[in-house]
Design a protein around this ligand. Structure first.
Ligand code: 5AD
Ligand code: SF4
Length: 468
């Protein structure tokens, strides 16, 4: 462990190399894409000789990969920075870097915290982390927040040191061109770009060789994945890509996230239906049930066209689960708009939802041009009504699973007991069951016997074949 900032002995004025900085500790906030990005950042640093540590007390470099999606997400990071400041006081010389969306959005504000923050690196600057560490080691603050139109980290193999070696995220594209009016992502992650299919398929092949059993293809809007070759001829869209991934091995489960309702095509739905190993679950964020609010949100669909897509999912992929994201209390939302969200939730019958209060983001179209005029207590009340309704729908969805047998991919031991395994169904429902002779990585036919609010409970069932 380095107690003090390392000094180049022959020339004290020279920078130390990143490898001399020994150990890096990385904390990740936010979405799955951030989890995947942290694995890219670690890969870049390991190549330069740094080691990863889970123990902040022995880290020479502390990185925090950040999220700007809501104000609360940023508040949590500011809180962590205070903890890192304490670490720096105890061990001067430790380098603290803020990376990801907050770095992009709040660059100068972060640099103003010169006692704590040494590095600020945006989502497209991770290849430069070794140089930034080197620069910071000489006592200067180092920044790179350039957004790229091309960077996909296509050639970098992420270092996956997650909880299990069974499931993995594979990033297939970066950025977003949709500019939903409330959303900071197009500004923090830049323009949409797709990763070359050969590198995606190569990464999945390696994962299969290493025993992984499930991949989740990640992008802000995977349906607009489009790889065009250098001649400008379109060579692959998302349904074709996911089919190619699914065909790599029948033993590999394939998931994807996230779909935009305006772009989810029948071609994709038929592809999901045609392949047993593409999971029968679609996350389709609706945000609101009011067409007026959807227009203000710049979502490019109406309540009716969203419901048409839900019906297409249910017709083309019978039994497919649908989950969603909902925002309560967007600018100018009336009680009538809110009731339309409530009725849409019932009509769509979501199996699960992520539910949020609208959080104004400076610099977004809504932040700049609309008024955040729904009172905090009204937002809270509407959110609670949405949560209460969704909880009852989620419970109903699980009740319908009682007595059924599902093929569950065991991912890890359950948090509560080494004698139980935790896994997920094709429908993306969590399940725990007695371990018996199974282990993480096994597909287990599990008969559902009960459920808690978040998890199915079951028992391995050797004789019955699964419904899915
Ligand atoms: N306020 C609240 N929720 C937001 N989301 C994105 N931006 C905001 C915001 N400003 C939610 C959306 C999106 C999910 C990832 O986060 O529901 O689908
Ligand atoms: Fe944000 Fe909309 Fe892009 Fe999703 S699709 S990342 S909500 S702008």
């Amino acid at each position: 462990m380095l107690k003090e900032k390392p000094v180049n002995k022959t020339n004290p004025a020279a920078h130390v190399t990143p490898a001399e900085y020994g150990r890096v500790y990385i904390e990740t906030f936010g979405c799955q894409m951030n989890v995947s990005d942290s694995q890219v950042a670690v890969s870049v640093l390991k190549k330069k000789g740094l080691e990863v540590t889970d123990n902040i007390g022995e880290a020479d470099v502390i990185l925090v990969n950040t999220c700007s999606i809501r104000e609360n997400a940023e508040k949590r990071v500011w809180g962590r920075l205070q903890v890192f400041a304490g670490e720096k006081k105890r061990r001067p010389g430790v380098i603290v870097g803020v990376i990801g969306c907050m770095a992009e959005r709040l660059k100068s504000q972060l640099l103003d915290n010169s006692a704590t923050v040494d590095i600020v690196a945006g989502p497209d600057a991770y290849r430069k982390l070794p140089e930034l560490i080197e620069e910071a080691s000489s006592g200067q603050q180092a920044i790179n927040v350039l957004l790229s139109r091309e960077e996909t980290y296509a050639d970098i193999e992420p270092v996956r040191s997650g909880k299990n070696n069974v499931t993995a995220f594979v990033s297939i594209m970066r950025g977003c061109n949709n500019f939903c009016s409330y959303c900071v992502v197009p500004f923090t992650r830049g323009r949409e770009r797709s990763r070359a299919p050969s590198t995606i398929l190569g990464e999945v092949r390696t994962l299969i060789e290493n025993g992984y059993k499930e991949v989740t293809l990640l992008g802000q809007n995977v349906n607009s994945y489009r790889w065009t070759d250098s001649q400008g001829d379109e060579v692959m869209d998302f349904p074709e890509l996911i089919e190619k991934v699914a065909l790599l091995s029948p033993d590999l489960r394939v998931r994807f996230s996230t779909s935009h309702p305006k772009d989810i095509s029948d071609k994709l739905l038929y592809t999901i239906a045609a392949h047993k190993n593409i999971c029968k679950h679609i996350h389709l964020p609706v945000q609101s049930g009011s067409s007026r609010i959807l227009k203000l949100m710049n979502r490019a669909y109406t309540r009716e066209s969203y419901m048409e897509r839900i019906n297409a999912v249910k017709t083309i992929i019978p039994g497919c689960t649908v989950t969603t994201d909902i925002i309560a209390g967007f600018c100018s939302e009336t009680e009538k708009d809110h009731q339309q969200t409530i009725s849409l939730i019932k009509e769509a019958g979501f199996d699960f939802a992520f539910m949020f209060k609208y959080s104004e983001r400076p610099g977004t179209p809504a932040g700049d041009k609309l008024t955040d005029d729904v009172a905090e207590e009204v937002k809270t009340r509407r959110l609670n009504e949405i949560i209460e309704l969704q909880n009852s729908l989620s419970a109903e969805s699980k009740k319908n699973d009682l007595g059924k047998v599902y093929k569950v991919l065991a991912e890890s031991f359950s948090k509560k007991s080494e004698n139980e395994l935790f896994g997920r169904t094709s429908h993306n429902k969590s399940a725990v069951f007695p371990k018996q002779n199974y282990q993480p990585g096994d597909y287990v036919n599990v008969k559902i016997t009960g459920h808690t609010s978040a998890t199915l409970i079951g028992c391995p069932e050797k004789t019955l074949s699964p419904v899915l």
